[in-house]
Design a protein around this ligand. Structure first.
Ligand code: FAD
Length: 506
């Protein structure tokens, strides 16, 4: 019998696939053979289905061979040790915090084990120490709800549904950043499970190098099983959502530009500018999220926004739990986030909204589905944020090498119909490319890419600056000598994917 090379290649491919599937089944069986047995769930179980359907973006709802749902750090440790030892170290696994990353494979896996931390979701307030201990599967809404009983809060997410873990490991932009730095700057202690199964406490005095690296270095070092965060007294704010007609755009951009440059005069103020096209109502509106992190109405810092005629407003004094229930986006869509950072420059802001206003026309011409939302968000990223981080001890984001006030753009597109995946990816990437090229042409570009908003096509860790990159690389190698979190846990942004400057890669 004569076998052509194409048929041979097909046979080899099929065999390799079968071998891979067998491996991941062996990995699940290895977990099931330990005391973790009752925590391993398979596709035919309700727990598995609930876990998969609770990912925020539909396009990341992959089907792992099994899901492990640990309840304690000890169970996470046993899982890591088992997966490292089983089948000669070939088991692949993913780690899921809240599951809000929008690109497939960051927090889930095909042919492997997903460690879903969602059962580890308790928040405990230690009043005497001024610390909240937060378990890694928590969502910010639950954290705020628990802390509201004591009228305190922490510097966390601005949408209640968002997961604590990914947010804090990537930085974490909060309503309070201008006062206390990023979310990560407010973590006083981490409990971490390392690749060898050790469970360690990580803080300024113990494993200080890892303590710093975890502040922006994402999942490159181990699995965090507890965050001890500094408390902010008083969880009351004046804030809400204000909507406007798109014709008011220029006024918002001028207000936003001055707001960023003046934030140091009143760091209690927080602004997110959103331009949103919603296909079901065929409307393109401007939305401001204005938050003042103490209960004072109409502070002068917002005057340039509050004098613009609005079409609706929910501004009120309330607590952070209530505000973060309001600020969010619907789950159940397919999503893409792409992001870039720019020098605070009015022309770049204007071009951002010009692009936003034009792109829905391209979507209308090409979309097969009729339900999609296209948001373009402008967020302050002033030097003040970095100064606050430095005051708290610093992180690895590498922002201290920039002197200018900056702002960040997030193109955030959501659509229902899978047939539109290619279209919306193309539109988001072309919007980003055009804006980046324009910013370069007028010298208002900046290389920093914020990890928590980045797409898989971007390489945020490579934009932290060579000093931070080598620091993360060295710390990752020290605490994970065999590179388990680079190869066995392939999801997320990996330091091994960042080119080395004349040094060995992991
Ligand atoms: C609706 C919405 C609102 C948002 N609002 C904000 C905002 O206000 N500010 C902001 O800065 N960002 C915001 N983001 C972005 C958000 O910070 C990121 O999506 C972040 O990753 C969410 O955390 P998660 O735990 O849900 O992520 P996941 O997708 O679960 O995890 C992110 C990455 O971290 C890894 N990981 C998760 N848990 C652990 C762990 N315990 N140990 C080690 N590695 C782990 C995962 O493997 C994955 O690679 C928002 C996103 C959405 C969708």
């Amino acid at each position: 019998m004569h076998i052509t090379s194409a048929v041979a290649a097909l046979c080899i491919g099929a065999l390799a696939k079968a071998a891979h599937a067998n491996t991941s089944e062996t990995c699940c069986s290895a977990l099931g053979a330990t005391t973790l047995e009752s925590q391993v769930v398979y596709p035919d179980s309700a727990a598995y289905k609930t876990s998969i359907s609770s990912y925020w973006a539909e396009n990341v709802q992959l089907a792992p061979t099994c899901i492990l749902q640990p309840r304690t750090a000890q169970e996470v440790s046993l899982a890591v040790s088992t997966l490292v030892a089983a089948d000669g170290g070939v088991c692949k696994f993913a780690v899921r915090g809240g599951g809000h990353t929008t690109w497939a494979g960051a927090n889930n896996i095909v042919d492997g084990v997903t460690i879903d931390l969602s059962l580890m979701n308790r928040t405990t307030y230690h009043e005497k120490e001024g610390i909240a201990s937060i378990l890694p599967g928590s969502r910010w809404g639950d954290v705020y709800e628990t802390l509201a009983k004591y009228n305190v809060t922490v510097a966390g997410g601005r949408s209640g549904v968002v997961g604590v873990s990914g947010f804090l490991l990537g930085g974490g932009n909060t309503f309070h950043t201008a006062r206390v730095g990023f979310g990560c700057d407010n973590v006083e202690n981490y409990e971490v499970v390392l690749a060898n199964g050790d469970i360690i406490e990580v803080n300024r005095d113990s494993h200080a190098d890892l303590f710093k690296a975890l502040k922006g270095g994402s999942g490159n070092f181990g699995i965090v099983t507890r965050y001890d965060m500094k408390i902010i007294d008083d969880d009351k704010l004046w804030g809400g959502i204000v909507t406007y007609d798109n014709s008011t755009t220029l006024k918002h951009l001028e207000a936003g530009y001055h707001f960023i440059n003046n934030l140091e005069n009143d760091p209690y103020a927080s602004w997110i500018g959103m331009w949103g096209y919603l296909s079901v109502i065929d409307q393109n509106i401007v939305v401001n999220a204005l938050e003042y992190t103490t209960p004072v109405a109409y502070p002068a810092a917002f005057d340039n926004f509050t004098t613009i005629a609005n079409t609706s407003s929910s501004m009120r004094v309330t607590n952070i739990w209530n505000l973060t229930q309001e600020l969010g986006q619907a789950p159940g869509y397919r999503d893409i986030f792409v992001t870039a950072t720019f020098v605070n420059n009015l022309d770049v802001m204007k071009r951002t909204v010009d692009i936003h206003n034009r792109i829905p026309e391209e979507a209308k011409a090409g979309a097969k589905g009729d339900d999609y939302n296209m948001y373009t968000m402008i967020q302050p990223w002033p030097k003040l944020f970095t100064d606050r981080s430095t005051e708290q001890g610093g992180n690895v984001l590498g922002l201290d090498r920039f002197e200018e006030n900056m702002f960040q753009v997030l193109f955030d597109y959501a659509w229902k119909d899978e047939a539109d995946d290619v279209l919306f990816h193309r539109l988001a990437n072309s919007a980003l490319e055009e804006l980046t090229a324009y910013s370069k042409s007028i010298g208002a570009d900046n290389e920093f890419i914020y990890l928590n908003y980045a797409n898989s096509t971007q390489n945020p860790l490579s934009t932290y600056g060579s000093e931070s990159v080598e620091y993360i690389r060295t710390v990752a190698k020290k605490y994970d000598q065999t590179g388990v979190f680079q190869t066995q846990m392939p999801g997320g942004f990996k330091i091994s994917a960042v080119a080395s400057e004349g040094k060995d890669e992991l």
